[in-house]
Design a protein around this ligand. Structure first.
Ligand SMILES: Cc1ncc(COP(=O)(O)O)c(C=O)c1O
Length: 440
């Protein structure tokens, strides 16, 4: 009796050893993700691109969705706050022009010296705040290359200072300029409100910096900038976004009080630029925040990095569209041709291979559904391989659509933006040039 029991147990154990891996394997076996071709939305954009002759990798903006996102922004913006366009995230003069017209703002945030050149020339009525500190050489280069005109470099640019040393460096530039009759340089203090990407961390340093600026006619203290992108990602266990934002605002508020104390009767909140915010946090602000303007850009076109709960009511408005160049059955990898059947047997999403025009962008495929990258083949910027099951309806000459992870930089890789609305490409918007290294 005992022997039989041991035998039974051993058999059960052996069966378990065989069945368990099969069960785990079966659970991990990929399902077929293909669901046909494009839906009406992407089918419409594909048709519009064909009619416009755009059979190359193209960045498409859906203008109706862009406009809807702008309306969302306007509806969320607290009444006491102005809006500042983050230019690097919307890197096209025409795109920015449309947003300016819809929001009525003249405030832009700029992160690259060549973009300063472009915007000061194309939008002489704009007010530019640097979103990061520029090296002294880049500031010099801007002033050297700038053609005097309607744009007043003294009144319309706020340079960002992140350390006491940067304040000293910029005061030297400002003194040299003042000696030639130029107006003062406006300096805005970057505050580290919790992101820890640099900026002032103590009210004592802030007080000394404001004092130094106040006593120097070649510069003018113009306000604060505090960016808190970390807040939207703060886990609930650590208090969530609200707690991180409250901490950020507490330090910001202390710095505004410091400015009030140092400047005394010269303190005027209305003329200061008190900047905070970004796409993933701006909806969390109300009139009680210690700032008087909010910056945001990416949320108006909503790349995938901005699929956050704090931006749930914004719609994706930008896509990469690129034609399919080749379609092959199965997946044939060099040296592994014999394994083609195995690949398909394991993963039905490898029943077809498509080579697309270009690739290796920071982007995810979105239409038709069920396309995936081939990890063994790797990436190609020339002709990327994507795979899909037989359920994916896609042919040579069709487009596939991807959503960029971010708009800054990715938007600059395709030439002019194709603007889609109502089934047609209604406009093309040139993107920013990244600048030349020739003499300024
Ligand atoms: C200083 C600063 N403010 C605001 C933003 C927000 O930009 P966006 O809304 O495009 O994320 C950024 C983004 O990098 C930033 O660096």
């Amino acid at each position: 009796m005992a022997d039989r029991e041991v035998n039974w147990k051993r058999r059960a154990l052996l069966a378990g050893c065989v069945v368990a891996p099969i069960a785990i394997g079966a659970a991990k076996k990929p399902r077929d993700h293909g669901r046909g071709g494009h839906d009406d939305y992407f089918g419409g954009i594909q048709q519009a691109l064909r009619e416009a002759g755009l059979m190359q990798p193209t960045l498409v903006i859906d203008r109706a969705r862009l406009d809807a996102n702008i309306e969302r922004l306007k509806s969320h913006l607290p009444s006491s706050m102005a809006y500042r366009i983050v230019a690097k995230s919307l890197p096209s003069v025409e795109l920015i022009r449309r947003i300016r017209e819809a929001t009525g703002t003249d405030r832009l945030m700029v992160f690259h010296q060549p973009h300063l050149d472009i915007l000061s020339a194309a939008m002489p009525d704009s007010r530019l705040l640097l979103g990061k500190p520029m090296p002294v050489g880049a500031v010099d280069r801007f002033f050297t290359g700038h053609q005097p005109g309607a744009f007043d470099v003294s009144a319309q640019i706020e340079w960002l200072v992140d350390t006491p040393q940067r304040v000293r460096d910029y005061r030297e530039i400002a003194a040299a300029r003042a000696a030639q009759g130029a107006g003062p340089m406006q300096l805005n203090i970057e505050l580290d409100v919790g992101l820890h990407r640099g900026g002032f961390t103590s009210t004592r340093d802030v007080a000394e910096a404001i004092q130094a600026m106040h006593s120097d006619p070649a510069v003018r203290f113009s306000g604060f900038m505090g960016y808190e992108a970390h807040a939207s990602k703060m886990p609930e266990l650590m208090g969530g976004p609200e707690a991180a934002l409250a901490d950020a605002m507490a330090f910001y508020s202390d710095c505004v009080s410091t400015a009030r104390e140092v400047l005394g009767s010269a303190f005027d909140e209305d003329v200061l630029t008190l900047n905070m915010g970004g796409s993933s946090t701006y909806e969390l602000y109300d009139d009680s925040a210690p700032c008087n303007e909010l910056a945001m850009g990416s949320g108006l076109v909503k790349p995938t990095d901005f699929d956050t709960s704090t931006l749930a009511d914004h719609q994706p408005a930008s896509f990469i569209a690129t034609p399919v160049l080749k379609q092959l059955d199965g997946v044939r990898l060099p040296g592994l041709e014999g394994l083609s059947g195995l690949f398909q047997a394991w993963d039905p999403n490898q029943q077809q291979t498509f080579f697309i025009y270009g690739g290796y962008w920071h982007a995810d495929t979105v239409s038709p559904p069920g396309l995936q990258r081939n990890a063994i083949w790797g990436h190609s910027t020339n002709q990327e391989m994507v795979n899909g099951s037989d359920a994916v309806k896609l042919a040579v000459g069709d487009h596939i659509f991807l959503r960029p992870h971010q708009s800054e930089f990715v938007f600059l890789q395709f030439g002019d933006i194709a603007v889609h609305e109502g089934g047609r490409i209604v406009d093309t918007w040139p993107v920013f040039q990244q600048g030349s290294t020739g003499s300024a």
